[in-house]
Design a protein. Structure first.
Length: 623
């Protein structure tokens, strides 16, 4: 079987060589949920932009994704459909002007929306979009005064305690809500008949406590009410403009930029202002032409894909002198950050040295992209002083980002106040804060152990391992955050602990091994549903996916001194998933995570990256 694995790995290497861009990067689609496609139609029509062909193509794509029952889904095995996705697609299609309410497809969508509770049961993001267009009443949304933005960081709870990702979205939300802004034009469809009844949830004790604390902080501000409100609005305006990247987008995300445009409109900006014009150009640059038509990526994954591919190719045997590697490393070095971002508020003595997810990202680095990029440049760092300098700056930044509990976050250190998970925004428990997670902690330990030479006896490694031990589920798995879900978290935790020197006989490792073997499918692979992160328990798929099979195998390989039956069976299935073009579901199922129940990602690069890495680790270990 080793020869077959070698042949498959070599074929993948040559395919990746052929796909490399002249600048050394690799471009793959970051295919997310349909929200961005729907919102782009809404944006174009509401601002009267001359983009009829783009609208037509986006409409065609959305219609191709509609189920026979009239709904839209965010992952293949989602039962019946997704209410928020269906509302967004329905409103966008109506807004396009290409379909009216009498169209059979629209009638079916309407019925699905009514059968599932109407507009009031949608995700908060969906409601905010609808409120901006006069389809939802502001009084039912986010009862937060904009003055909370002025609460000083010394107060027990302030705006600065939210994660950077949450802050980026909260700012435009508060601006549009403060002015009860709505933008209705002759083109805007009226779908208020789908607002069936006012949803009146009884606030939990934690939410009541949070709202009272925020109001208490506002009361403590010195100044007249009108002056404070004006000051808060100006703060929100300036916060966004200071974080606009060179491509015109706000923090390099479609979602933040979309809401920023309407927030600026509420502030008095015209559609032809340079800020809005540049933002629109930045969003259009995010469009990827898929086999199913144009798709608007929420954030292009150029840096992430390039770093992971560069590392996987080196693990497969390409040397640092290979032209493919030298070009990609040259590209990655240029993407390292030199600006201080919001992360520096908590670690002001640490110099910039991280990497972001997108090429346009210059101030919003994250730990995962940074360790991925550092892995890719590690071997070259020993040969070239300027790469060594970049590598050392990156390592210093990563070490400085460790949370006080011992784990690692995504974007900022110690944004872990659990009370903020009660913020009136669906998914706040995952997005409002930036806690330590098994995948980020495990991947960081893996880099520090395998590439930076730190062992389990190093204080930072010891604390990271300790956090992983405490966060392991009783069944032996770990929950992931940015991948689906338990397989992803368990792979990261196991490979991280093993790279740090934790022995295979360790109880935590042994429990994880047993869990991975227990959930192996009869076909030899692994497949986990996006439902896992919503139901907080492992939910299997009816088929295996390439990335999840590779993750599970990579973890088992790191544990086992020789190939086990589970590994051999899994490797055969992984080769089938790579070589058999008939296994389409395994290639397109989303295994990346954004917001549970709302936003999942199919990384088109993953069918190359993780299988190639796993093939290489198998061959290198079991020669």
């Amino acid at each position: 079987m080793k020869r077959e694995i070698e042949e498959t790995a070599n074929k993948m290497v040559e395919e990746l060589r052929g796909r490399q861009n002249p600048d050394g990067s690799w471009s793959f689609c970051f295919e997310n949920s349909l929200m961005t496609d729907a919102y782009m139609i809404i944006l174009i029509r509401s601002l009267f932009l001359k983009e009829d062909e783009l609208v037509y193509q986006l409409v065609k794509r959305l219609l191709n994704m509609q189920t026979a029952e009239g709904a839209w889904k965010v992952f293949e095995d989602e039962e019946e459909g997704n209410l928020s996705a269906t509302i967004e697609a329905y409103f966008a299609l109506r807004f396009s002007g290409l379909l009216d309410e009498k169209d059979t497809r629209m009638k079916k969508a309407e019925q699905f929306i009514k059968d599932n509770g109407g507009l009031e049961e949608a995700h908060t993001l969906t409601k905010l979009m609808l409120a901006i267009h006069g389809q939802y009443e502001w009084r039912y949304l986010m009862p937060i005064p904009i003055e909370v933005l002025l609460i000083p960081g010394t107060f027990p709870i302030s705006f600065w305690d939210f994660s950077s990702y949450a802050r980026g979205h909260i700012i435009p939300f508060l601006l549009v809500r403060d002015g009860r802004y709505h933008m209705k034009t002759p083109r805007t469809p009226n779908i208020t008949h789908l607002f069936l009844h006012a949803r009146r949830e009884q606030d939990s004790e934690s939410r009541i406590f949070l709202l009272e604390k925020l109001k208490e902080g506002v009361k403590g501000l010195a100044g007249l009410p009108d002056a404070l409100r004006s000051q808060a609005r100006q703060f929100a305006h300036d916060y966004m403009l200071k974080r606009i990247e060179a491509d015109g987008t706000y923090l390099s995300y479609f979602s933040t930029t979309f809401f920023m445009i309407y927030a600026l409109k509420s502030f008095g900006y015209r559609e032809d202002s340079s800020v809005i014009r540049n933002a629109l150009n930045g969003l259009k640059a995010m469009i990827w032409q898929t086999d199913n038509g144009p798709h608007v990526q929420n954030s292009p994954s150029l840096v992430w894909d390039t770093a992971l591919i560069c590392d996987a190719l080196q693990e497969s045997g390409l040397s640092i002198d290979d032209e493919t590697i030298t070009r990609s490393i040259g590209y990655l070095i240029k993407q390292q950050h030199y600006k201080f971002g919001d992360w520096a508020i908590d670690i002001p003595t640490v110099s910039p040295g991280g990497w972001g997810f997108s090429e346009s990202n210059s101030i919003h680095p994250d730990v995962d992209d940074t360790t991925a990029s550092l892995r890719a440049i590690t071997y070259s760092a020993s040969e070239q002083p300027h790469i060594r300098q970049a590598w050392e700056r990156g390592v210093e930044w990563v070490l400085g980002m460790q949370n006080r509990d011992g784990g690692w976050p995504a974007f900022e250190k110690n944004k872990t106040k659990g009370i903020l998970a009660s913020f009136p925004l669906d998914g706040a428990e995952a997005a409002a804060i930036d806690p330590s997670t098994a995948d980020l902690t495990g991947r960081t330990l893996e880099f520090l152990g395998s590439r930076a030479g730190l062992t389990k006896d190093h204080p930072k490694m010891r604390r990271g391992i300790g956090w992983l031990r405490l966060s392991q589920d009783e069944n032996g798995s770990w929950a992931g955050r940015w991948g689906i879900h338990y397989i992803y978290g368990t792979w990261a935790a196991v490979t991280g602990m093993r790279a740090a020197g934790v022995p295979s006989a360790d109880k935590s490792i042994e429990r994880a091994r047993k869990w991975l073997e227990d959930i192996q499918r009869s076909d030899g692979g692994w497949g986990e549903s996006c439902y896992s992160d919503q139901k907080n328990k492992y939910i299997p798929l009816s088929f295996s996916t390439a990335s999840q099979t590779a993750w599970a195998l990579d973890a088992l390989i790191s544990i086992s001194d020789r190939p086990t039956h589970a590994i051999e069976k899994g490797m055969r299935r992984l080769m089938d998933l790579i070589n058999d073009e008939q296994l389409a579901p395994a290639d397109s199922y989303p295994t990346g995570a954004g917001l549970k129940g709302k936003f999942y990602i199919h990384y088109h690069s993953y069918k190359w990256i993780w299988p190639l890495l796993t093939f290489s680790h198998y061959l290198n270990k079991y020669k």
